[in-house]
Design a protein around this ligand. Structure first.
Ligand code: SAH
Length: 251
């Protein structure tokens, strides 16, 4: 054990808060957050927590009062600035509940900057609950020491997405029917990965995406993957070849 243990300890509870944090600020937490801190973790006045706001970074705060319904805390010390997220978007067609939540969670852990649900011809639209999806992203960021949350974009229909595509952003279109091997297709710069639904893309959709100048059809190997596996595999490849995994040395 080191002579001077790291302070504050890494194991302190971490919470995302919507309001912007600043030094000395008195903060009131209500609803599920208050319940979690006071009833689940049984924290009382004097306990320390880490808070982050997706804008100023992470702060150390001390609880000054705690009831089940209401917890007040004083923001005491700035611990870390908000991290820079690599410029990668994940576009995916909504799939089954548990699996879509898993995609949102893993995309957050892996560090994408933006997540956008895309409605394709074979997408079953009533599966999408953006609020629940965002809650999973927050939970992943809280657990994994993230100080930035991916933006959750409004669901977009595929034709609209194609029509309004920002030219400078490479659209890596994961095409199970064949494409350039993903690793070979990657270059540095803003990018997005597009993953289809369980039923895949229609021929018409494939042709429309391929017609876009910034689109590159990519292959994730000879085996068909489920959409959630394809999303995570593609993000990991991009991060290691074109994102910040290449620059990161041991802590
Ligand atoms: N078309 C198949 C399965 C679709 S898999 C079917 O009809 O059952 C869901 C999505 O994952 C695909 O649309 C594609 O975006 C991605 N995907 C799966 N395996 C892939 C592979 N080997 N290469 C590239 N993309 C893949």
């Amino acid at each position: 054990m080191p002579a001077t243990p790291a302070w504050p300890p890494a194991s302190l509870p971490r919470l995302y808060v919507e309001e912007r944090l600043s030094d000395g600020q008195l903060l009131t937490l209500e609803g599920p957050k208050a319940n979690y801190l006071s009833a689940v973790l049984r924290l009382t006045s004097g306990a320390l927590v880490k808070l982050f706001d997706d804008a100023t970074g992470e702060w150390l705060a001390e609880i000054t009062d705690a009831t089940k319904k209401r917890v007040t805390a004083r923001v005491d010390r700035h611990l870390r600035p908000r991290e820079a997220a690599p410029d990668l978007w994940l576009l995916f067609a909504p799939i089954k509940r548990g699996r879509i939540d898993w995609i949102a969670e893993k995309a957050t852990e892996l560090g994408v900057a933006k997540v956008v649900p895309v409605i394709t011809q074979r997408t079953i639209i009533d599966r999408l609950n953006s609020e629940r999806l965002f809650a999973h992203m927050i939970e992943a960021a809280e657990q994994c020491e993230r100080t930035a949350l991916p933006e959750l974009g409004e669901p977009q229909k595929l034709p609209t997405l194609i029509k309004t595509w920002p030219e400078e952003r490479m659209l890596l279109f994961a095409d199970e029917s064949g494409g350039e091997p993903m690793l070979q297709a990657l270059t540095r710069g803003p990018a997005a990965i597009l993953i289809g639904p369980e039923g895949g893309f229609t021929q018409e959709e494939r042709a429309a995406i391929r017609a876009l100048a910034s689109a590159k059809p990519v292959s994730l190997g000879p085996r068909i993957l489920r959409a959630d596996t394809a999303a995570v595999a593609a993000i990991a490849l991009w991060m290691s070849a074109a994102g910040d995994w290449c620059e990161h040395a041991a802590r």
